[in-house]
Write a new protein. Structure first.
Length: 122
């Protein structure tokens, strides 16, 4: 009978292993920095920030004859062009900037400038 009890205990512990692994995975995700999700950031900004970046981009994009004009206008409005990087949207933004494709420079290519973060923009 002792061998049968050990086999049953072993089977029960194997069944609980996936649950334990899942619990550890969830716990480890909540202790470190959360992954960056640009789509969620943009939606949150549009709802909470009133879409300031989108309004500034719309206002600047209408009169921008070049990428440099758009970037300058957005900088004056408190938005800096994203730093060059391999992720989204950085790679697409820089590709469009390097090719002077002003129509492909989206609002997501700009981040709130350090100077403007403490100020409330109209």
């Amino acid at each position: 009978m002792g061998g049968q009890d050990r086999a049953e205990t072993s089977r029960r512990s194997r069944r609980s292993e996936p649950a334990l692994v899942f619990a550890l995975a969830i716990t480890s995700c909540t202790t470190g920095p959360l992954p960056r999700l640009p789509q969620v950031e943009q939606a949150t900004e549009a709802v909470q920030g009133g879409g300031e970046r989108y309004r500034a981009h719309r206002a600047c994009g209408g009169g921008a004859g070049s990428v440099d004009d758009l970037v300058r206008c957005m900088r004056d409005a408190g938005w800096d062009f994203v730093a060059r990087g391999p992720g989204y949207p950085e790679a697409d933004c820089w590709q469009a900037r390097d090719r002077s494709e002003v129509e492909r420079i989206s609002p997501q290519c700009f981040l709130r400038s350090a100077e403007a973060r403490g100020k409330v923009m109209p």
